[in-house]
Design a protein around this ligand. Structure first.
Ligand code: CA
Length: 287
């Protein structure tokens, strides 16, 4: 199944990103095998016995993530404003960021943590995850209102990722889990490997904060939601940002959010992933 799916995804490079229907994990909570990186029992990455994070020595808040100082939306039409298809039909949106590269190594747990952060997995055979190599990219917003409470966001995503044994587009491949233990204050998640993830943070160090409930994107329905309202520090699935019928999916900014990160789904050992997704954020004026 893995080989077949890999072939389909490789062929899809010439056409479009892989669709959900191409992947073995589709519609099933049953994790599939992973070449080169083997999940623990029941497909979940193993717990603290197998994963050790170095203690954090210092927290340095991310530098200014919002370039613009215009905190009140200009409701007229600005250059770059466009329309996209959503559940509400033609929806006017405004670019909120430049296209940002998200490498396969972008580990969501490194979002907003100290630069000394390191993960060591007892099963790791290829490399060690470190902040300097595997930190996920933080989006720089061009307008402050793009990150205000309850702002309505959409995403333009393209590209391909490989975790070492399976290549896919942003909607990902085989279903897997992030390691379920609490790491740096972020929740775990179940989602297709290689897929694009997102996480909102406030300005505080996430590490000592309570872990939010895990989100599960094991079913087609869960990945085709028209709207998501993630919590701060709650890692969520973005995929290619659209449903299988091409409608853009909305994400509502949680109250207090000051930072936003893109990351890539894997269960451990991001350090040997390859490929890159490119994404930018769009904002919808409140109705
Ligand atoms: Ca999708």
């Amino acid at each position: 199944m893995i080989l077949r799916n890999a072939w389909l995804c490789s062929a899809a490079i010439l056409m479009a990103s892989c669709t959900n229907a191409n992947f073995g994990g589709e519609g099933s909570n049953k994790p599939a095998e992973r070449p080169k990186k083997t999940p623990g029992k029941n497909g979940q990455a193993s717990g603290s016995d197998d994963l050790q994070a170095d203690s954090q020595t210092q927290f340095v808040p991310s530098s200014n993530a919002i370039q613009g100082n215009n905190d009140k939306p200009e409701m007229g039409t600005l250059p770059g404003d466009t329309s996209i298809q959503t559940e509400n039909g033609e929806t006017k949106v405004r670019p909120c960021s430049a296209p940002l590269d998200v490498p396969g190594t972008a580990n969501p747990w490194f979002s907003g943590v100290a630069t000394s952060a390191v993960y060591r997995y007892s099963r790791a055979k290829h490399c060690t995850d470190t902040f300097s190599q595997d930190a996920p990219p933080q989006v720089t917003f061009t307008h402050q209102y793009c990150l205000q409470d309850d702002a309505r966001l959409y995403f333009n995503i393209s590209g391909q990722i490989s975790h070492g044994g399976e290549t896919s587009g942003a909607d990902g491949g085989t279903m897997t889990w992030l390691d379920p233990s609490n790491r740096y204050g972020k929740s775990t998640i179940q989602a297709p490997i290689n897929s694009l993830l997102g996480v909102f943070l406030d300005d505080n160090d996430p590490t000592p904060q309570a872990e939010p409930p895990a989100l599960v994107f094991a079913t087609t329905e869960s990945r085709e939601q028209k709207e998501q309202k993630p919590l701060l520090r709650q890692v969520f699935f973005i995929g290619d940002g659209k449903t299988s019928t091409g409608e853009y999916q909305r994400v509502v900014v949680p109250k207090g959010a000051k930072r936003f990160f893109f990351a890539i789904m894997d269960s451990y050992e991001w350090c040997n992933n390859t490929g890159v997704l490119t994404g930018n954020v769009m904002w919808e004026p409140a109705p």
